[in-house]
Design a protein around this ligand. Structure first.
Ligand SMILES: Cc1ncc(COP(=O)(O)O)c(C=O)c1O
Length: 122
């Protein structure tokens, strides 16, 4: 997640658990790795897609894996999709909330004008 999201988590006294970004692995998403990070205490899954700084764009299958875990365990999702319009031609941005009403009900999607319209800091 973009760093200020972490500040928000810290401000509530909650504990952020991290997904380690491994370049050698192509920043691959791994459903089993996510399942290991999710515990009974998990209240929120943060998604940054397209991802800054790696530029990785998640596939529908990967997003569905996150959505299935969230729906199954009733965990909210914050999905930062600020970069949705800045993807290479062979990639397609998919919003996790678009995968169905159950995941949509659990998701807060974050977006803004700064990247799409080149007005950072406005
Ligand atoms: C992934 C991501 N989310 C959020 C932001 C915040 O963007 P802004 O404050 O320009 O809306 C940035 C800025 O670089 C970003 O990369």
């Amino acid at each position: 997640m973009y760093t200020p999201f972490k500040n928000g988590i810290d401000a509530t006294g909650a504990k952020a658990v991290y997904w380690e970004l491994l370049e050698d692995d192509g920043y691959r998403f791994d459903e089993e790795k996510l399942k290991k990070l999710v515990t009974k205490k998990t209240r929120l899954i943060g998604v940054c897609n397209p991802h800054n700084p790696t530029g990785r764009v998640m596939t529908k299958q990967e997003l569905k894996a996150i959505a299935d875990i969230a729906v199954d365990k009733k965990i909210n999702i914050v999905s930062d999709e600020l970069w949705e319009d800045i993807v290479f031609d062979d990639h397609k941005h998919i919003s996790i909330a678009s995968l169905g009403p159950e995941v949509s009900d659990l998701t807060l999607t974050s977006w803004g004008f700064s990247k799409t319209f080149g007005v950072a800091g406005l």
